[in-house]
Design a protein around this ligand. Structure first.
Ligand code: ADP
Ligand code: MG
Length: 338
């Protein structure tokens, strides 16, 4: 279990992590999600002990580790770039961490075999990293960490160097490993789908603060603000005039604007919802699984996403009724620094 209390990290005068509080449950898979430069790696590296806290505390399994060296924290860290020893076999790479921990030969053999089996690498034990695919190299890096039996697993963008197909396959491997081993895992990515697919909870980071920490479905359907809404998916953001065209007005809206996800926008011949307005189709983009329609509604561009198997009938220039259910209108403000 990990508990982070009031953590602040400064590089010189630059505050990279700003007063972050976060508690993980035992066995939880938690992902830090955010754009490049928002502080994800810094926060993860602080938990590992590679970066010192300027203020605040980090507690792992009831022990204050804030001032402890990385090797005394009981953590395993998986890097984006694998960091394998090129001249050693897979077997030796995995065994390496045990030697420095003084584990004897027979136990080392047993634990290495076990870690290789867990990561599906038994057949590659005598290969060198250069003879492996990117996915196998990253699985070796994961095996090398698992063999030390960490109480907490930290992973910093472990799939970023892989192509799209391998990324999805290794994502499934990580999911299965977590189900089998149930190790408390903190994971970092800038890929929203990866975060939503893998995690029990996702923390959306903006400039060193966590804007929202929630289960994937809650983040997606009930985002705390416009930033979170648009980082975990995409959204049509309606200005006041456009909202009025759809029959939406909220006297207490303040600086909040209506956000509607593209898959909630329906294009029909006649209005079918209370919140509908005529529009003209301007672009049709076939994306394979989905088809994207852009519709001009009184000068505003509204995007609709429809399953390609179910549709394909609107053409540019056609007039349609563009609408959505009131329950899909999210009133959100920009949020952020306060
Ligand atoms: P992310 O992993 O989300 O891309 P990082 O945690 O790597 O972001 O970086 C957050 C911010 O801290 C960036 O502005 C980055 O330039 C800065 N930063 C990261 N490491 C250092 C360092 N060692 N010294 C100074 N600034 C750093
Ligand atoms: Mg990073």
């Amino acid at each position: 279990m990990i508990s982070i209390e009031g953590l602040t990290i400064r590089y010189g005068t630059h505050k990279v992590i700003r007063d972050v509080d976060l508690t993980m449950k035992p066995g939880e898979f938690l992902t830090l999600l955010g754009p490049s430069g928002c502080g994800k790696s810094t926060l993860l590296r602080a938990v590992a002990g590679f970066v010192a806290a300027s203020q605040g505390r980090i507690v792992i399994d009831g022990r204050d580790v804030t001032r402890l060296d990385p090797e005394h924290r009981g953590i395993g860290f998986v890097f984006q770039n694998y960091a394998l020893f090129p001249h050693m076999t897979v077997w030796k790479n995995v065994a390496f961490g045990l030697r420095s921990r003084g584990v004897n030969k027979s136990e080392t053999a047993e634990r290495v075999e076990e870690a290789l089996a867990m990561t599906g690498l038994s057949a590659h034990a005598s290969s060198r990293p250069a003879q492996l695919s990117g996915g196998q190299q990253q699985r070796t890096a994961i095996a090398r960490v698992l063999v030390t039996r960490p109480s907490v697993l930290l992973m910093d963008e472990p799939l970023s160097n892989l192509d799209a197909t391998l990324r999805v396959r290794l994502r499934a491997d990580i999911q299965r490993l977590h189900e089998d081993l149930n190790i408390t895992t903190m994971y970092v990515t800038h890929d929203q789908q990866e975060a939503l697919a893998l995690s029990d909870r996702v923390g959306v980071l903006r400039e060193g603060r966590i804007d929202q920490l929630d289960r994937p479905r809650d983040l997606y359907h009930n985002p705390a603000n416009s930033y979170v809404c648009q980082f975990v998916g995409s959204a049509n953001v309606l200005d006041t005039d456009t909202a009025l065209r759809f029959g939406l007005r909220r006297p207490d809206a303040g600086d909040r604007q209506v956000h509607v996800r593209p898959e909630c926008i329906r294009l029909t011949e006649h209005p079918v919802t209370e919140h509908a307005s005529p529009g003209v189709v301007t672009d049709v983009t076939f994306l394979g699984l989905l088809t994207e329609y852009a519709v001009d509604v009184g000068g505003a561009r509204i995007t609709s996403l429809v399953g390609s198997h179910a549709d394909g009938r609107w053409r540019p220039g056609e007039t349609v009724s563009c609408g959505f259910d009131g329950s899909n209108a999210m009133w959100l403000s920009a949020g952020g620094a306060n």
